[in-house]
Design a protein around this ligand. Structure first.
Ligand SMILES: Nc1ncnc2c1ncn2[C@@H]1O[C@H](COP(=O)(O)OP(=O)(O)OP(=O)(O)O)[C@@H](O)[C@H]1O
Length: 270
């Protein structure tokens, strides 16, 4: 197929190169570079309104940047053959803030939506696959027939995640996945992401304000400040980065508490 041989499977699954994003006169990203490597969990942090969600949508392909390119597997996505682009798109799952479930559909029906839109598998098989996803995200089997309004906040997130996993993605995008969860629920959700990464060989880009999540599950942390990502590295490196926002974010009391919690956890797990 034309174009298919042109992606490089050994190249990073996603790269933003020289991205410029602008809404009218409001420049959000300016010459922003950012790479997401195979198999890693990257946390994207930055102040409120710094452009994290817009960047996620741009990398997902929901928004075209005003300048620069997004590469998938080493290739400008706009140069990909339509079949290749569709295949890559189907390999992306996204959990939006709040789960974004269809309120008039049950959990199972919600999970079946992307299957119905993108595959021609039978209704029976779709149901079976949807129930498997429900199991994978740790929801009880009976939740399949519940409506979103019947679910707790944590269950909604899990249902949204199950739908994000519907097409067995390789790239998972999470927008504030633990927002609104209590610490126990948030920690359980973090563990779930770690387990799924192993089980499904996922690469994860996660927008988050949750310091515990950053410390617990992220391999690298990308910092979006001043319209760019000047640093994307391990927590140890990023937390020493010389920028006022970084100093405030990683040097504040909530950060110190999260570090202390992580150290306690590391000691307990040996
Ligand atoms: N469709 C749009 N039209 C105009 N401006 C927009 C649009 N979408 C986002 N913006 C602006 O872009 C900027 C970045 O928004 P974005 O939602 O990406 O921030 P964020 O870093 O995710 O913030 P938060 O942490 O508060 O969720 C904001 O100033 C926002 O008002």
């Amino acid at each position: 197929m034309a174009g298919e041989t042109e992606i490089d499977p050994s190249a990073p699954p996603m790269r933003a190169v020289g991205i410029r994003t602008q809404f009218g006169p409001n420049v959000i990203h300016d010459n922003l570079d950012f790479t997401v490597n195979q198999g890693e969990i990257v946390g994207l942090v930055g102040g409120s309104g710094s452009g994290k969600s817009v960047l996620m949508n741009t990398m997902l392909g929901l928004k075209e940047p005003e300048g620069g390119t997004i590469e998938y597997f080493g290739r400008d996505r706009n140069a990909l053959a339509p079949e290749v682009r569709r295949k890559i798109n189907n390999g992306m799952g996204v959990l939006f803030q709040g789960g974004a479930l269809f309120s008039s559909l049950t959990v199972r029906q919600n999970i079946m939506v992307p299957m119905r839109e993108n595959t021609d598998i039978s209704q029976g098989l779709m149901r079976e696959l949807a129930d498997m996803k429900i199991h994978m995200v740790g929801l009880p089997p009976e939740s399949a027939v519940l409506y979103p309004s019947d679910l707790s906040g944590g269950m909604k997130k899990r249902a949204g995640l199950a739908r994000a996993l519907a097409l067995d993605p390789k790239l998972l995008f999470l927008d504030e996945p633990t927002a609104g969860l209590d610490p126990v629920g948030a920690n359980a959700f973090d563990e779930l992401i770690l387990g799924l990464r192993e089980a499904m060989d996922l690469t994860v880009l996660m927008v988050t304000h949750d310091l515990d999540s950053l410390y617990h599950i992220c391999d690298r942390i990308a910092v979006l400040v001043d319209k760019r990502i000047p640093i994307a590295d391990s927590l140890a490196v990023v937390s020493q980065y010389d920028h006022p926002w970084v100093k405030e974010y990683f040097g504040g009391p909530r950060s110190r508490a999260a570090i202390a919690a992580k150290e306690t956890q590391s000691r307990e797990t040996g």
